[in-house]
Design a protein around this ligand. Structure first.
Ligand SMILES: NC(=O)c1ccc[n+]([C@@H]2O[C@H](COP(=O)([O-])OP(=O)(O)OC[C@H]3O[C@@H](n4cnc5c(N)ncnc54)[C@H](OP(=O)(O)O)[C@@H]3O)[C@@H](O)[C@H]2O)c1
Length: 306
């Protein structure tokens, strides 16, 4: 499969929180790239507003349901790359259907909606959302040039109950001994790196790229939070739940309010939330044009708002 990179890109999920930052980046950084936004009917207005006045962008309304697979493939005809930034319930079936349609349309590059912890690491299968992402990747890798972007946790979404934080009550549930490291990055920087990866896709065929701008443990974060607010956190500790023996069923995927929190605690306690662990290296330096901010500063600022 020899290619000259991506010249005609389709983006799914471009109206979302990460997607719109990426679209914005393409508007400035990619004057020759033609881009089609694939959106659901209900997001049509949002999508048109996002790309208004930029001639090389177009919007196509599609359905990601099983029944719309051929239409989706037709919409992808002639594109050489697909970037998926779908989130939320779109990770359940829509992204898989997008991948199937891309294969049918003989698209060469597929960048799946990863944007999180590394799927290669041990315990990540326990998190339903991550497992769904893995299934898509397995399919994509067989048929197209898959480029994965792993980036740990977005700084603006981390200090919430899914990760054991209750900033209002100044409480946190710390996984294990709290010393395992996690990768962090600002969402804006994920968008900027993603734009550059698409622009240089032929260099990174079949590769996983890793971006992070801070590596911190829960204990580091508690210290930072206490420094910034001048108040002590009430810290509880989650045990590793005998990690090796625990299955998704034991954790009750999607059942119970805190199931994602329990899954994430386990992943962190197992040391799987650092994208450059083991022998893996960060890819930031491959893209010197991006001058990222500091995720630690962003986390400090979030603590400071309390
Ligand atoms: N590492 C982290 O800490 C972190 C944090 C947040 C997100 N993420 C990841 O970043 C990626 C993007 O997340 P996001 O927060 O930007 O997502 P989002 O805003 O929740 O959704 C993005 C887009 O997905 C599409 N979508 C949602 N449900 C869909 C469905 N049922 N069928 C088809 N499309 C659907 C929508 O596009 P249309 O309405 O235009 O069709 C939506 O605008 C995901 O992979 C997410 O897991 C990572």
């Amino acid at each position: 499969m020899e290619t000259n990179g991506i010249t005609h890109l389709a983006i799914a999920g471009g109206t979302g929180k990460l997607g719109r930052l990426i679209i914005n980046g393409f508007a400035y950084r990619a004057p020759r790239l033609r881009i089609t936004l694939l959106v659901r009917q209900g997001s049509s207005n949002k999508a048109h507003a996002l790309v208004a006045g930029i001639a090389r962008f177009s919007v196509r309304i599609v359905s990601f349901e099983d029944s719309g697979l051929q239409d989706l493939a037709d919409a992808l005809a002639g594109h050489d790359g697909v970037l998926s930034v779908v989130g939320g319930s779109g990770l359940e079936n829509a992204q898989m259907n997008l991948a199937r349609a891309a294969i049918r349309a003989e698209v060469k590059y597929f960048l799946p909606s990863q944007f999180g912890i590394d799927l290669n690491f041990g315990m990540n299968f326990l998190v339903r959302e991550v497992d769904l992402k893995r299934q898509v990747r397995v399919l994509v890798k067989k048929h197209m040039h898959c480029i994965d972007i792993f980036c740990g946790f977005f700084s603006d979404e981390f200090l919430n109950e899914d990760f054991g934080w209750d900033l209002e009550r100044h409480m946190v549930c710390v996984p294990g001994d709290g010393n395992k490291l996690c990768s962090f990055i600002d969402r804006e920087d994920v968008a900027r790196y993603t734009v550059e990866v698409v622009l240089q896709a032929s260099k990174y065929e079949g590769q996983a790229l890793r971006f992070a701008t801070a590596t911190l443990s829960y204990n580091d974060l508690v210290r930072i939070g206490e420094e910034v607010t001048g108040r002590l956190f009430t810290v509880t500790r989650a045990s590793r739940l005998g990690a090796e023996g625990v299955t998704g069923d034991d954790l009750g995927f999607s059942n119970g309010q805190n199931s994602k929190a329990a899954q994430m605690q386990l992943v962190v306690a197992n040391g799987d939330a650092q994208v450059d662990a083991l022998d893996y290296k960060l890819s930031n330096k491959l893209f010197p044009i991006v001058e990222p901010g500091s995720a630690e500063d962003s986390l400090r600022a979030l603590f400071g708002r309390q």
